[in-house]
Write a protein that binds this ligand. Structure first.
Ligand code: IVH
Length: 679
């Protein structure tokens, strides 16, 4: 392919993939199979890699993420991001309506009613039709620059279509749709991560992810609700007038934004009341959370006339939906054992209709929460459902309590395996300590072991692991390496997880491949309490191999960076258990990586000791330290007479600089470092 052909094909693919994306995310329509789509995307990625100069800044490949945000740049909003006055009272909405009418003194006008999304507000700046910046609301004046993450959200156009203003901002809400939110939380739990409390927190956490590729995996949605136009702008786009809020959102749709379809133009208070009543009931049918209705004056030229109060515009107001509450009798308390052994009490209640679904069960969170409620047999519980889908127990209806009702005590033994529960100091809940024999924990442990960030045996999901357990083939992680083809074929016939010949081969291949997974991930995969990805990496680097780690006294374990006393104790206890040592021995015999493999790239830094300080553009701190070691150097923490260089990033501490100057240690910039290792 000639460069000219490549450039042409890149442009073609960019446009084609953009169109497919648009149809898929905006119109719920697939024009090609996933397979074809992936093939096109891959072709584009390959071409862009071969001809980087022709890659368009708006290329859909940039949605895949991969840019790493060290810290988020703080950006001042061109126009402050205001909040809205809000109320739970219809009477106050009526006041707003009559006040507005009075202020506008006979001028003809209308309102728009739209849903108030329960997510995170962001502002998007477009110049010459291209997304140049995405900023969170922050404190309204200054927010975080989250452009790299915003680019990964499919409903945020990277390049606008049609007749758009040259330089302007679109604001809207990033939400986490319920279905994707629940799937993500299930996966987090399987991988031993803390689930998010609600979709709003999850959306906010996702936008602040350091790794935009991870943000790309979260299925976030952006909905535009506000177009900010410079005053000099044309007054129409095609046939759409830009002098109304409604018209501007219509125009935004033509430019390629997702705009909520539920927006209505309202003439009077009756229309507004109808809209509010309708959505108060129907909101439960929506695929994402809404916590109210926003009412805005539609004619934008009237906004200036109405002006502002101290913090919010007088031309808009938010009506907030009240949480729905019911009272229903408690039938029993049961206990669920999570994958990490945490025991959660659950209230089983007389079924009751609440917010569009029948509620039968709700969490009692933990022992402390139960104690605070002072639950008695037969109590009536007050259950609430707010903007989120999950019903919450908010109290006990004491007026219904029978005089002779007995208090309910928290269980003392595990409901799954009968082991007496223990409570870690300072924690609100109890857990079952029988890690290796308690079924949900064992399955959780297996799921964690095969998960992507651990051994990445992706052909084994939770259902298949259950099949292997039920067939008596797997009792611990080492058993996975003894599986034979003939044992697997035919398992789970008639279930979705059934294993046929091809499935068996895939499993065995993935198990085999996992033997190449580096030691630090093997260590993470073992699922030692409190040892996360980072801790595992630090332990692996410090000790170098599993034997040194297994023999380490607690004191030495606690000396490792990022490993506190509690984790050190947990690691020590883990390896003190002979059953765990036996598993490790079997994993080693199976061929898993049990030591850090030195991946020496060059000897250019041989004999050098380099102190790293500050933040870097192309490396994280850990990456730059690893890079030093890969080139034969030593990464040290503090400057001394032996230091060869101080490798200085942005925001370096002044103390280090002073010391380096005093000792005459030369300073290296990030670019100089890169030149040094590539020389
Ligand atoms: S309009 C000046 N419309 O609610 C008008 N806001 O307190 C700016 N929100 O932080 C806001 N859905 O995050 C508007 N359809 C909607 C909205 C909406 C959610 C949020 C927004 C803002 C807060 C207002």
């Amino acid at each position: 392919m000639t460069p000219v052909e490549a450039q042409k094909r890149i442009a073609e693919l960019t446009e084609l993939i953009d169109r497919y994306n648009h149809e898929y995310y905006m119109n719920d329509r697939s024009l090609v199979s996933d397979y074809e789509f992936d093939a096109l995307l891959r072709e584009l990625m390959d071409l862009e890699r071969a001809y980087p100069d022709y890659a368009l800044p708006t290329s859909p490949t940039r949605r895949v993420g991969g840019e790493v945000n060290k810290t988020f740049k703080q950006v001042e909003h061109r126009f402050p991001m205001l909040s809205l006055g809000n109320t739970y009272s219809i009477a106050e909405i009526e006041d707003f309506e009559s006040r507005t009418r009075k202020l506008l003194d006979g001028t003809a006008f209308s309102y728009t009613c739209e849903l108030k999304y329960d997510g995170v507000a962001i502002g998007l700046t477009y110049r010459h039709g291209e997304l140049v910046q995405a900023v969170t609301r922050g404190n309204g004046t200054v927010g975080d620059d989250i452009t790299a993450n915003a680019r990964t959200i499919p409903t945020i156009p990277l390049k606008l279509k049609g007749d758009y203003p040259d330089d302007f901002e679109v604001r809207g809400e990033v939400v986490y749709p319920f279905e994707a939110f629940e799937a993500m939380n299930r996966q987090r739990e399987a991988e031993g991560d803390e689930p998010f409390a609600n979709p709003r927190n999850a959306a906010s956490g996702s936008l602040k992810l350091q790794d935009s590729a991870e943000c790309a995996r979260r299925k976030l949605l952006f909905c535009a609700y506000f177009v900010m136009l410079p005053e000099t702008e044309a007054s129409t786009v095609g046939d759409t007038p830009l002098s109304t809020h409604y018209g501007r959102l219509e125009a935004a749709k033509q430019w390629g934004f997702k705009v909520q379809p539920y927006i209505k133009e309202c003439r009077n208070i009756e229309d507004i009341r109808f809209f509010i009543d309708f959505w108060d009931k129907e909101r439960w049918e929506l695929p994402y959370g809404t916590d109210g209705v926003v009412i805005k004056v539609n004619q934008t030229d009237l906004w200036d006339r109405l002006g502002m109060t101290a913090k919010s515009p007088r031309w808009a107001i938010a009506y907030k939906f009240k949480a729905e509450q019911v009272s229903t009798p408690l039938e029993s308390v049961s206990y669920q054992v999570g994958r990490t052994g945490i025991v959660t009490p659950v209230a089983n209640m007389q079924p009751v209709w609440l917010g569009g679904t029948t509620v039968r069960r709700a969490t009692l969170n933990n022992a402390d929460f139960m104690a605070k409620l002072d639950l008695h047999e037969g109590d009536s519980l007050l259950v609430e459902k707010g903007g989120e889908i999950i019903p919450k127990i908010v109290g006990v209806d004491l007026s219904q309590r029978k005089p002779d009702a007995q208090p309910i005590a928290y269980t003392t033994v595990c409901p799954e395996c009968g082991t007496p529960l223990v409570r870690a100091e300072g924690e609100a809940g109890y857990y079952c300590p029988n890690q290796d024999g308690c079924l949900p924990q064992l399955l959780g442990h297996l799921e964690h072991f095969v998960s992507r960030k651990a051994m990445d045996i992706d052909s084994l999901g939770s259902e298949r692991l259950r099949l292997l357990y039920d067939a008596g083939l797997v009792r611990n992680v080492a058993d996975l390496y003894d599986l034979r083809r003939e044992q697997l074929i035919g398992l789970g016939t008639d279930t979705a997880a059934s294993i046929q010949e091809k499935g068996a081969d895939n499993i065995l291949r993935a198990v085999e491949q996992s033997k190449q997974v580096p030691f630090e991930r093997v260590l993470f995969a073992l699922g030692i309490r409190y040892v996360g990805e980072v801790g595992a990496k630090k332990l692996a680097r410090y000790f170098g191999n599993i034997d040194a780690l297994m023999q380490a006294p607690v004191m030495e374990l606690a000396m490792v960076e990022d490993v506190g006393d509690v984790t050190a104790m947990a690691v020590y206890d883990y390896f003190a258990d002979t059953a765990h040592r036996a598993v490790v021995d079997r994993l080693r015999a199976a061929g898993l990586q049990m030591q850090v493999v030195e991946n020496r790239v060059s000897n250019r830094l041989e004999g050098m000791t380099i102190v790293v300080s500050g933040v870097f553009e192309h490396f994280s701190r850990d990456e730059i330290k690893a890079s030093i070691e890969q080139h034969g150097g030593k990464a040290a923490g503090s400057i001394s007479g032996k230091t060869t260089y101080l490798l200085a990033g942005a925001k370096m501490g002044p103390e280090k600089l002073k010391k380096a100057e005093k000792l005459g240690v030369p300073i290296l910039t990030e670019e100089e470092y890169v030149k040094l290792i590539e020389s």
